[in-house]
Design a protein around this ligand. Structure first.
Ligand SMILES: Cc1cc2nc3c(=O)[nH]c(=O)nc-3n(C[C@H](O)[C@H](O)[C@H](O)COP(=O)(O)OP(=O)(O)OC[C@H]3O[C@@H](n4cnc5c(N)ncnc54)[C@H](O)[C@@H]3O)c2cc1C
Length: 555
């Protein structure tokens, strides 16, 4: 009777999406992890996936994204305060991600407390990131930046040794206190200025040495950053000019003497999505910072951080795409239109199957990249990471928004309404392509590899050639790629080359790691010489669409 209104009964609406184990139901994720040596993490990931896939977790995420962070510039007496207040739901997810070690998991080998180490730690940590992104993506920003700061901070060993226990602590400590008083810390990054984000050489922020300067020495930083996310981080890696040389500084919220450092937040950005995360505009008023590495090594040192954040952009988008698909399939299983469940309407089956192919590819590409990052001492994996970081970041994040949009449309009008999750996912997806190196910037990076670091490109072609002979369509696409490379490359072809490498790498991974029907479906749609892949849902005859969906979304 509770569904009884005065005028009508509520029926033909799907049940609430609840008690879904985000790990257990995800066959591509499990296969990718097994291939990357992270099978041992299954129990932990199973627990985490169950914890995340509840109606309550999704409700908390809704709260975090509707009760938005507020900037407190001044206290009631008019003193500068420069703090940001978040809803408890945001802290809930920060706490959960920290406990799960998403902010440091790939570096657990650095821990000295007997924590799990060894093969697969990076992939297992990536899986947690991917699952968490499905539920609450905004807070992942400081989690990701903290993770990515770890290798960058290693460029200043004395500072790194002091910070290490707090960087890898699984305790979330949101208090606004000096790092020395805290049980766990988070790190942000400040690169982008008004006149240039991609072109950081245009930075005008300056750093002056307090004494003689040099690696590990204090400097005073003056200038601004136009975007600096997660302003309640305990410290930031900040780019600033020393003379003519761009350098990177560790800038904590408190000075060495315990007073509040000279960071003045101007306002928070009013963003399309990514609402639970605060992104600030900030000025530095002689803010105290410590030089990391030597002067002039700013870009090289910050790139160490940026590459790890690029990996996480791909993982985040893959997770969001996965959640969008799961919601669309859930809806289609229960919604009847014209006397048939939507999932059994042939055109809907084809659409969901095509989306499943995309999600399977995104999952495999992202987890493979995470696996490569944890084996960088192996030349093949190092070459893979160099070549495939821009490719994976570009391709997965580019495919996200259109997939999110299709998933939203699968729910009809309900998809477009903010009460559900799809509208938020749709608004969240584009940011992963924009930040940490926008789309074309990734392709330029790939072109640098292709034109100047030929050994990584050749290693990649060698890797793609390992499965030659298994599919004539794949072989033709690979031959076309190598012919084009031999014919000479130019910058204008950057997106073409990136896309070709992405689809071939996806096809290879699916041939090796996914059921035959999924690999066949992907190759016949994405490596089609006539470029038939426009909107989702245009499958050639002869594919078992239902089997593809079931191979990707267990139900
Ligand atoms: C929500 C959000 C949070 C952010 N948080 C942070 C943060 O915490 N810290 C931080 O430092 N930054 C942050 N950023 C900034 C972000 O990293 C930059 O916006 C991004 O790097 C692009 O820089 P830009 O905005 O200056 O654009 P531009 O550099 O002006 O680029 C504009 C467009 O031109 C393209 N382009 C650039 N060069 C070329 C070329 N040679 N050929 C072809 N196309 C080109 C780019 O791909 C892009 O599409 C954030 C941004 C957003 C949206």
């Amino acid at each position: 009777m509770e569904n009884q209104f005065d005028t009508h009964e509520v029926f033909n609406q799907p049940p609430v999406y609840d008690h879904v184990n985000l790990y257990e139901t995800d066959a591509p994720l499990k296969a990718a992890l097994a291939a990357e040596g992270a099978g041992w993490a299954a129990m932990d990931l199973n627990r985490f996936g169950a914890q995340l896939g509840t109606a309550e977790a999704f409700h908390q995420a809704h709260l975090a994204n509707t009760r938005l962070p507020e900037l407190n510039t001044f206290d009631t007496q008019g003193h500068r305060q420069d703090t940001v207040e978040f809803h408890p739901a945001y802290h809930h997810f920060m706490d959960m991600s920290k406990r799960a070690g998403i902010h440091c998991g790939a570096f657990d080998g650095l821990a000295t407390d007997g924590r799990e180490k060894g093969l697969g730690v990076g992939a297992a940590r990536a899986a947690k990131h991917y699952m968490m992104s499905q539920v609450e993506a905004g807070h992942i920003c400081p989690i990701t930046m903290t993770h990515a700061a770890i290798p960058a901070l290693q460029n200043q060993p004395d500072l790194f040794a002091r910070l290490l226990p707090k960087l890898i602590s699984h305790t979330y400590d949101p208090t606004f206190r000096p790092i020395s008083d805290k049980s766990g810390i988070t790190i942000g990054m400040g690169m982008t200025e008004k006149q240039g984000g991609t072109d950081v050489r245009a930075n005008t922020t300056v750093a002056e040495p307090v004494e003689n300067g040099g690696a590990g020495q204090p400097y005073l930083i003056t200038g601004h950053k136009w975007f600096m996310s997660a302003p309640m981080c305990d410290a930031f890696l900040v780019l600033a000019q020393t003379g003519n040389a761009l350098s990177v500084f560790f800038v904590p919220r408190f000075r060495a003497d315990g007073s509040v450092n000279g960071l003045r937040f101007q306002r928070l950005k009013n963003k399309l999505g990514n609402k639970s995360n605060a992104s600030s505009e900030v000025e530095f008023h002689k803010a105290e910072g410590v030089l990391i590495g030597s002067e002039g090594r700013g870009i090289a040192n910050i790139m160490t951080m940026a590459n790890y954040t690029r990996l996480d952009c791909a993982l985040g988008s893959a997770g969001l795409m996965r959640q969008a698909l799961s919601r669309a399939v859930h809806h289609a299983r229960y919604r009847t239109v014209f006397q048939k469940k939507l999932i059994d309407q042939p055109m809907m089956t084809a659409l969901l199957a095509d989306m499943s192919l995309e999600v399977a590819a995104a999952t495999h590409l992202s987890i493979r990249l995470a696996g490569a990052y944890e084996r960088m001492d192996d030349p093949m994996n190092a070459a893979y990471a160099r070549l495939m970081t821009p490719v994976t970041k570009y391709w997965v994040t580019k495919r996200g928004p259109s997939l999110g949009y299709e998933a939203m449309e699968c729910l009809g009008g309900n998809g477009y309404v903010e009460d559900g999750v799809l509208a938020r996912i749709y608004r969240e997806l584009p940011v992963n392509s924009i930040w940490e190196g926008s789309g074309s910037v990734m392709c330029l990076d790939l072109m640098r590899v292709a034109m100047r670091e030929r050994e990584s490109l050749e290693a990649g072609i060698g890797w793609l050639s390992e499965v030659k002979g298994a599919s004539s369509q794949y072989d033709d696409a690979l031959a076309d790629l190598t012919d084009n490379i031999a014919g000479g490359l130019n910058e204008a072809r950057g997106r073409w080359l990136t896309e070709r490498l992405a689809t071939l790498a996806s096809a290879k991974l699916l041939m090796e790691r996914a059921p035959g029907t999924v690999a066949e479906g992907y190759i016949s749609t994405r490596l089609d010489p006539f470029g038939r892949h426009g909107a989702y849902g245009s499958l050639p005859d002869g594919l078992d669409a239902r089997a593809i969906i079931e191979a990707v979304v267990a139900f």
